[in-house]
Structure formats: C-alpha cells, structure tokens
Ligand binder design. Structure first.
Ligand code: SF4
Length: 145
C-alpha cells in the first residue's frame, strides 16, 4: 500500500488506471460475466480501433469488458492533488466495504495497477464486482453529497 514514505516516482509514472474507457491503444484485461463479476485475462491485450468499433455495437463496451490505461493523475477529475491519490478507489472501498481476501484472483495488471498500488488487496476485493457503468452511477449519486 502506498504511503508518502514509500512513494516511488518511477513506479508512479508507469501505473495504470483499471477503470478506463474503450479506446484504441488501451489494454483489455477482463471480461464481465453474466453474473456481473469479472473474469481476468491471463495477459492484457492492447485493443485497436477495429475492436473498439465492434465492441460499441450493442451495450457499451465498458459494461462488458474491463480496460486499463495510463493513470494521468492531474488529468483526471478523480485525482486528489492534495493527497496525491485516486479518490475513486477510496470511495469504492468506503461504499462497498468488502474485506480483502488472502488469495487474490489472478489479475494481469496488478503489478502496475493504481488501485492496488494505493490500497493493496482491499482494492482488489471491491474491483471484481465493479464495472465502469456502476462506478459512474455510484459517483453521480455520491459526488458533492
Ligand atoms: S484493483 Fe486489483 S483486481 Fe482490480 S485491476 Fe487492480 S490489481 Fe486487478
């Protein structure tokens, strides 16, 4: 888990947001199952414009897949400049309150995941059930409340 003492600038620059939009060049790393949980791929796949176009037919791709892209820190409205953290994962943990499990599911982006870097296994405990659509709904109902 990240603290001011163990922050590594080089590592920070390489971290990925695990809640990214479907865009060419981002990494597909999970598929949302019928029960809403996520099956993780063994290796993330970089998607292209053809994939994005195909995935946009039907339900939004962010409801069916999980994508990861570069964490842009100040470029994202979820970033807290004061705390130097992603506030989205903190809110999810506060809201869902799921406790971390000992044996984490395999996740192909864990070594570079912003959420895991920040909150460790507790982030993963919420992540399996989260899809971007739910996050947006959650945020719309909690922002400024
Ligand atoms: S929070 Fe955990 S499970 Fe979710 S993307 Fe990050 S490392 Fe993977």
């Amino acid at each position: 888990m990240i603290t001011p003492e163990n922050r590594q600038p080089g590592k920070e620059a390489s971290l990925l947001c695990p809640s990214y939009l479907a865009k060419p060049g981002v990494r597909l790393f999970g598929i949302v199952r019928a029960d809403g949980r996520v099956s993780f791929l063994q290796q993330p796949l970089v998607i292209d414009a053809t994939f994005v176009a195909a995935a946009r037919r039907g339900r939004p791709p962010e409801e069916r897949f999980r994508f990861a892209g570069k964490c842009v820190r100040n470029g994202c409205h979820q970033w807290s400049e004061a705390k130097q953290v992603c506030t989205l994962v903190d809110r999810l943990i506060d809201q869902l309150e799921k406790t971390a499990v000992e044996n984490l599911p395999g996740c192909p982006i864990r070594s570079r995941c912003r959420w895991f870097h920040q909150r460790g296994a507790t982030a993963c405990a919420q992540c399996d059930e989260v899809i971007r659509h739910h996050e947006m709904t959650f945020l719309e109902t909690t922002i400024d409340s």
